[in-house]
Design a protein around this ligand. Sequence first.
Ligand code: ZN
Length: 157
Amino acid sequence: MRIKTFDDFEPFNKLRKKMGTESLGSFELFDPQRQITYSERESLEEGAFKVGSSRLRILKDKTIAFKNTRLWLSWEGHENFHLAACDHVQKRRHAKSSFVAGLNDLTGKRVCLECLMLLKFDGLDARRSRRLDLAETIQKEFKLGSFKKDYPFYPLI
Ligand SMILES: [Zn+2]
């Protein structure tokens, strides 16, 4: 479909001047195949988004994405939440099981240490984590907010 441009439409140009915009803007059409919808975002914000393995992507940095957002994954009865494609997540993906996913801090679950090691988050790696006390401290003091500074969740470009 061809859409007529309105570049020369005088009322718009006047309005543009009034708004103080110098150049023409652009906008992206919403693509529900690639961008999360309002209702998906809502359940993600609540940490209650149910998602099948096949709809998840593992990004180059080994974090997990659904459409254009990173997220954490967990599942019912599981004590941790995961931020990367650690063995637990991969095992579940291969079994084609589903996950519960979210974007915000969650109570009652702890961050998966294997995920943090995989990402070498905060200098953590498998070698150093032999010092269990250090690993546990990192786990205890983990803040999703600071994690997001290194790995912004939404929107992924
Ligand atoms: Zn994990």
